[in-house]
Structures are given as structure tokens and as C-alpha cells.
Ligand binder design. Structure first.
Ligand code: AMP
Length: 302
């Protein structure tokens, strides 16, 4: 089954304790669609400016991503500049240039409106809503967001949360959105806004999934070298949604497997800048890391 994703396609300039890059291909929808392309068909909805090279479009197409709804318009592509200190769980934003996203009004081509899986990757919640309104009865709608929108567009975000089944969010942002220090209480408050499942990403500590009937916790893969955490959250969401779309199974048991596939994709992504590692994976590597996760969390009954 196919996934429709809306989010940012960007030029990222990033500094980590291990290196620095300028204007590399990034963006929430870029990471999401690349990760999910290993599992299912993906259709990308986004906008870029005239400065966006064809070479990047070819990279996306090379992963089988449908870019027919990736618009190129006059102006500059979205840019994000940030850095990380030794605590790689905390991204520090230096600059966000919305550029062509400021006037973007997504129009979903007719052939894309029946996509059964919809992922509203991190972007202005008004744009996420505009896409959601155009998709006809999707089977599963999930979204991500960030502190910028929690602080600047709280009403639009709350309206959106009322219409999604799954929300995938960072730990700090979950606390900020709910105004709660306890993660369990924060999860309940966010689920009261609409989503029946909340997935909290905890960087190097893994991810926790909350629903009304269970809590599931997954570790992160114990990597020795983490190079750049940018896009880890989006790659996580891509692996998670990709696996669900691939199997078409939305049972609790399968959601747990999907969380592990999300963690697998995030772990590959942080091994290098941009799409260097995430964009060149083999199916056997994905499968074998999934099995390593199984081993990592296996313990016997007593
Ligand atoms: P994450 O998975 O949270 O590390 O997301 C990193 C990606 O989000 C980067 O590639 C950025 O280009 C993108 N990004 C950062 N800020 C924003 C924003 N305000 N809206 C949309 N995308 C953003």
C-alpha cells in the first residue's frame, strides 16, 4: 500500500562534534520518504525553489519515490541551520528560512488523493491540515511536529491533532506540548487531544509507544559511532509507517514490529550526514539489524 507524505525538502547546514556540512540535502519529508521507500511505495508532496538541483530530484527518484507532487517554484528552497553539542539528543536551531514554504498551498494531484497511508511530517500545521483535507478516507493518518509550531501555532496544531490517529513526537516536545513533566501524564494529555496512539522519540534512549491499552518501549540500537542525528526522527517515522504500509496490518503486535523497523532506520541514518548511509542500504542490512534488536531486548520468562 502506498504512503503520501508532506513535509520539508531542505538544504541543511549542520555542525556536530564530529564534522560540519553546508547546504546538504535534508528536510523532514526527504528523510521520511527515503526511509519508507525501502518498504513501500511513497508519494512526496513538497515545494522547492529554483536553486534545488535536478541531481537531488534524481536521488529521490532513484529510491522509487514518486516526485510528481514535488513542485519547483520561483524563490529559494527551505533552509535549516543547526548544531549539536555532545548531547546529540538536543538539536539547537540557528536559523530556519521557510522561503518557498511561506506561500506554499499544496494541491494534491487526483491520483494521490486515495493514498491509504498519510504521513504529515514536520512542517507548518496549517499545511499539514491542507493536505489532510484533500486525502479521501485514508486508512491511517500520522503526524510529527516540533517546538517551533508548538510555540507559534498552538491552535492550528491542536486542531490537527484532533484529526490524526498517531502522533510521533520528541520527548522534550511531548512535555512542552502537554505542559507536563511526567511523560506518562503528558502522553495521556496529548492522546486526549485526538491521537489514539502516541509515539515518543527519545533519541539515544529509544522510543516509547503509548495507547489506551498498552505501553511499549524499544531501545535505540547501541551504536559506537553516531555522526549526525539530523533526520533520525523522520527516518524513524519512515521505517515505522513504511512497515505498516508494506504489511497493511494495524494490529498492536504489528505496531510493535513497526517501532523496531523505525528504530532500525533511525540507527542507520545517524551513522552519516544527509542521506549518505540511509540512502544506500541493502534489504539484508535492514533485516539483520532488526534481528539484532530482537536479541537486544529478549529475556526469558520466570
Ligand atoms: P529530525 O528528524 O527532527 O532530526 O528532523 C531534521 C530535519 O527537519 C532537517 O533535515 C530539517 O531540514 C528539518 N526541519 C527543521 N526545522 C524544520 C521546520 N520548522 N519545518 C520543517 N522542517 C524542519
Amino acid at each position: 500500500m502506498s504512503i503520501l507524505v508532506v513535509g520539508s525538502v531542505a538544504f541543511d547546514s549542520i555542525k556536530t562534534p564530529f564534522g560540519e556540512v553546508s547546504e546538504v540535502l535534508g528536510g523532514s519529508a526527504t528523510y521520511f520518504s527515503t526511509a519508507s521507500s525501502y518498504f513501500s511505495e511513497v508519494k512526496l508532496v513538497a515545494v522547492v525553489g529554483e536553486d534545488f538541483p535536478d541531481e537531488h530530484v534524481e536521488t529521490l527518484k532513484g529510491h522509487g519515490i514518486d516526485v510528481s507532487a514535488l513542485q519547483k517554484v520561483p524563490g529559494r528552497t527551505f533552509r535549516w541551520k543547526g548544531y549539536y553539542e555532545y548531547d546529540l539528543n538536543q538539536a539547537h536551531t540557528l536559523e530556519t528560512e521557510l522561503n518557498v514554504f511561506s506561500d506554499f498551498s499544496p494541491v494534491i494531484p487526483d491520483g494521490h488523493c486515495d493514498s491509504p497511508f498519510l504521513f504529515l511530517a514536520n512542517i507548518d500545521p496549517d499545511l499539514q491540515m491542507k493536505v489532510l483535507e484533500q486525502v479521501r478516507s485514508p486508512r491511517l493518518v500520522a503526524c510529527d511536529t516540533m517546538n517551533l509550531w508548538i510555540e507559534n501555532k498552538p491552535d492550528a496544531l491542536r486542531k490537527l491533532l484532533g484529526k490524526v490517529e498517531i502522533c510521533v513526537i520528541n520527548e522534550g516536545e511531548a512535555r512542552e506540548l502537554a505542559g507536563e513533566a511526567s511523560l506518562v501524564k503528558a502522553a495521556k494529555k496529548i492522546m486526549d487531544l485526538g491521537p489514539r496512539t502516541l509515539i515518543v522519540k527519545r533519541g539515544e534512549y529509544g522510543a516509547v509507544m503509548f495507547s489506551s491499552s498498552f505501553i511499549f518501549s524499544a531501545p535505540a540500537y547501541p551504536l559506537e559511532e553516531i555522526f549526525d542525528p539530523t533526520g533520525a526522527g523522520d527516518s524513524f517515522a519512515g521505517g515505522f509507517m513504511g512497515y505498516l504500509a508494506n504489511t497493511g496490518d494495524l494490529s498492536d503486535e504489528n505496531l510493535r514490529r513497526a517501532i523496531i523497523f523505525g528504530s532500525v532506520m533511525a540507527s542507520f541514518n545517524v551513522e552519516a550526514f544527509s542521506l549518505k548511509r540511509l540512502g544506500s542500504l541493502k534489504q539484508e542490512e535492514i533485516r539483520s539489524r532488526y534481528m539484532e534488536f530482537k536479541q537486544l531486548t529478549h529475556f526469558g520468562d520466570i
